[in-house]
Write a new protein. Structure first.
Length: 110
């Protein structure tokens, strides 16, 4: 697989989408990002990330059924692809390997 760098925000978006499973749509993703990171991204920033991640092949999206609650409009749901999971795995492995190269620091007040 050709390695494609993930930005921090893209990585967080992919992780949230993967963890939400079948309930990953704009508002649920925004709420989870806010809950886990104390960030409050705009819907526009999220949609830009969704578009970039879909172009990279890391996400798929599909329209859900229209509901009366939404005035007859449907939700767009997002799903992590196999390629997206591989990108997250690579990112995790890179971060973990770099983390393990850090020297141990003592707890003294030196």
């Amino acid at each position: 697989m050709k390695h494609t760098q993930l930005g921090e925000f893209e990585e967080l978006v992919l992780l949230i989408i993967g963890s939400l499973g079948d309930n990953a749509y704009s508002i649920s993703i925004k709420e989870e990002l806010k809950n886990h990171t104390q960030r409050n991204p705009s819907i526009g920033a999220l949609h830009s990330a969704f578009n970039r991640l879909e172009k990279k092949g890391f996400l798929d999206s599909y329209e859900g059924g229209a509901t009366n609650k939404r005035g007859g409009r449907s939700k767009r749901f997002y799903k992590l692809t196999t390629l997206g999971r591989k990108a997250l795995d690579q990112s995790y492995e890179l971060r973990a390997s770099l983390y393990h190269t850090l020297p141990k620091l003592g707890l003294s007040n030196d």
